[in-house]
Design a protein around this ligand. Structure first.
Ligand code: PGA
Length: 246
């Protein structure tokens, strides 16, 4: 399967910084063997929709509302994202689960809203350090994925899944390729039990992926790409990770 490399810009960027980062990435696009997307803060989606038009980088958002529309101050709906050419939307990132109290059920409904609007949700799962140390990694990620499977049924093969161990995000600590592969394999088996099309689901690794470790992670059989935070903000680092994805 063609790999998928996704930049998660988090709450970073400006009109100027976005334009120069996209300009630098696009110069290199003819050499890519993988699919590439960037997930930007929602206020910049209009700018990026224009900048990315006709190019190879797909547009992604970082969150969406669990509601369809109406009196939900501050929220952005799936249909609104769709209006700006959004192809992917991160759902259930650990920063949303942790700082905004998103539950497994909330994440499952958000994934459903995205799918209904024709947007591919990038569903994030991952264990905390305490869960890993208690030997509960598999149980934690399986519970998170089970909620999404339960709500989305046979559509589950339309999602992208991202395994992001919480202790590896922004810390410089990465799961070893073998540790990550093990969890990806567990997640693949769970998807296979739910859908006969599970083999076409991209399962991305995220958590301190960088130019030095990308190739060994991407060489694992069930690692189908990356969800990259910090390193996706520097064109040179992101480009060398994209080059490692083939
Ligand atoms: P990081 O973030 O690459 O900066 O660790 C990844 C993520 O949170 O998606």
């Amino acid at each position: 399967m063609k790999k998928l490399m996704v930049g998660n810009w988090k709450m970073n960027g400006s009109l100027d910084a976005n334009a120069s980062l996209i300009g630098a990435l696009q110069q290199d696009a003819s050499t890519w063997h993988c699919d590439v997307a960037v997930c930007a803060p929602s206020v910049y989606l209009a700018q990026l929709h224009t900048l990315l038009a006709g190019g190879r980088i797909a547009l992604g958002a970082q969150d969406l509302s669990a509601h369809e529309g109406g009196a939900y101050t501050g929220e952005v709906s799936a249909a609104m994202l769709k209006d700006f050419g959004v192809r992917y939307c991160i759902v259930g990132h650990s920063e949303r689960r942790q700082y905004h109290q998103e539950s497994d059920a909330d994440v499952a409904v958000k994934a459903q809203r995205a799918l209904a609007a024709g947007i591919t949700p990038i569903v994030c799962v991952g264990e905390t350090l305490a869960q890993r140390e208690a030997g509960q990694t598999e149980e934690a990620v399986k519970r998170q994925l089970a909620a999404v499977v339960h709500t989305n049924g046979h559509c589950i093969s339309e999602i992208v899944l991202a395994y992001e161990p919480v202790w590896a995000i922004g810390t410089g600590k990465t799961a070893t390729p073998e540790e990550a592969q093990h969890v990806h394999h567990v997640l693949r088996a769970q998807l296979q039990a739910a859908s006969q099309h599970a083999d076409r689901v991209h399962i991305l690794y995220g958590g301190s992926m960088n130019a030095a470790n990308a190739a060994s992670l991407l060489a694992q059989p069930d690692i189908d790409g990356g969800l990259i935070g910090g390193a996706a903000l520097q064109a040179s680092a992101f480009l060398s990770m994209i080059a490692a994805a083939h």
